[in-house]
Design a protein around this ligand. Structure first.
Ligand code: ADP
Ligand code: MG
Length: 419
């Protein structure tokens, strides 16, 4: 990996900055020059850690703007392999520092880069967006709950529980059912479980006990929500903030299946409340880049924060086609501290349908011709991933004037890619 990058790193470093006798000093000096404001190269270079579809979808707007994207992927052949891709372990500080030396800003496809690695980058003078102080709230749901409570944000009742007795007490106080979550490492519903007895999380408590660091599980009241929403906000290092319209998200088996933008029937009051929650969290936590706030809407017309993601998010894929500025371009603008783009929808309604699993036999591209013939207005996105049950391999977006028509068009076009 290093061999593919260091040549360019050497070229970009001016001789007076490089000190060949001291690699440590040289690294720090070189990377301090890496902020966009000190840029001397022809264009901005964005380094993305993680090679999944979110990194992949940053490539298209980067090409349009004439930015360079470099990706540090977990393995060969990942979705983002279209860009200059290094393969390496994002948990290894030396690997990540070597990757970062050659770019103007480091950002992420996922939130799993450990805090010590992130701090090593910051200490080396690398521009990291979002930075470790913000990202830890997306990495750890217990930290997030604690911080949002301090900020007075609306959220479900919750507690940190270290064993079955504490979980039992929470269940007794909340009608006998609750949602238990592993604070770290969960996604797509993995690490989320509805329980009605303390035994329901016995294996997770055992795992906690075996973990040298110990710790706690997060337990939340089982929210009787009427629907799930998501609020996206972009924030730049200079503090500019811009919200997207609040959207409705539909989860199946813990995985995002559909997104309707804006959330149908959302009152102006609800939309403003969601935007305010998003903006306050972005500012309060010092988020840079895209922030997604997953929300529950309740029957009594409240919104509660479910969780946070500090990167482009599945709930914002609609904006690639359905907004003046898509979330992937917005993320690039934000992490480079450029002026943010207009987040207005280009049509009254946009609907995004995930392609989950894909065809049982054959590739996605075999379905292009019939889908495109039947649905010429649908926007088809595939991620270069092998179809596998439940896997997110692509999405389809449609937009237009009539919500029913748009829902039909998006679902029918997406159906061509699933058996
Ligand atoms: N407190 C809760 N009450 C009811 N449903 C919940 C609660 N927390 C999570 N869920 C459901 O589980 C899904 C996944 O939970 P989430 O915390 O967002 O985990 P993940 O990190 O896997 O996305 C949510 O989208 C929602 O459908
Ligand atoms: Mg979630």
């Amino acid at each position: 990996m290093r061999s593919s990058l260091t040549g360019t790193a050497r070229r970009r470093r001016s001789p007076e900055r490089a000190d060949p006798r001291s690699p440590e000093v040289r690294d720090r000096t070189a990377s301090r020059q890496n902020g966009p404001e000190r840029r001397t190269a022809m264009t901005y270079r964005v380094g993305v850690i993680g090679g999944g579809q979110l990194a992949r979808m940053m490539i298209a707007p980067a090409v349009e703007l004439g930015l360079e994207i470099r990706v540090l992927a977990e393995q060969k052949g990942m979705a983002a392999a279209l860009a200059a891709t290094a393969v390496g372990d994002y948990r290894d500080a030396d690997t990540v520092l070597a990757f970062a030396r050659d770019v103007d800003v480091v950002t992420f496809d996922h939130e799993h880069v450990p805090q010590d690695v992130l701090r090593a980058l910051v200490d080396a003078g690398v521009a990291v967006h979002p930075g470790p102080d913000a990202l830890r709230y997306a990495q750890d749901k217990l930290l997030m709950r604690t911080r949002l409570q301090e900020m007075g944000m609306p959220q479900p009742d919750w507690a940190a529980v270290t064993g079955p007795d504490e979980l039992g007490a929470f269940l007794d106080a909340h009608g006998g059912r609750a949602v238990v979550k592993t604070p770290r490492g969960g996604y797509d519903g993995k690490g989320v479980r509805v329980v009605s007895t303390p035994d329901g999380a016995a294996d997770w408590f055992t795992a906690l006990a075996e973990d040298a660091g110990g710790g706690a599980l997060l337990v939340e009241e089982l929210v009787d929500f009427t629907r799930e929403l998501a609020q996206q906000v972009a924030r730049t290092p200079s503090g500019a903030v811009r919200a997207y319209p609040v959207v409705e998200t539909v989860q199946r088996d813990g995985v995002c299946a559909e997104v309707l933008a804006p959330a149908p029937g959302a009152s102006a009051r609800l939309a403003a409340a969601a935007a305010e929650v998003g903006e306050r969290i972005a500012e309060g936590l010092g988020v840079t880049g895209m922030l997604a706030v997953e929300l529950f809407e309740t029957a009594d017309d409240r919104i509660l924060v479910n969780e946070l993601a500090m990167r482009p998010h599945n709930s914002g894929h609609w904006s690639q086609d359905g907004a003046v500025t898509g979330q992937f371009e917005q993320h690039l603008r934000a992490v480079l501290d450029l002026p943010l783009g207009d987040t207005s929808p280009v049509a009254p309604w946009s609907v995004m349908i995930n392609i989950l699993g894909g065809p049982a036999a054959g590739g996605l591209s075999e379905r292009f011709a019939p889908a495109m013939a039947q649905h010429p207005a649908a926007r088809i996105h595939t991620y270069g991933k092998e179809p596998r049950p439940g896997r997110k391999v692509g999405h389809v977006t449609a937009f237009g004037e009539d919500l029913d028509d748009v829902v039909y068009d998006a679902r029918a076009a997406a159906a061509f890619f699933q058996d």
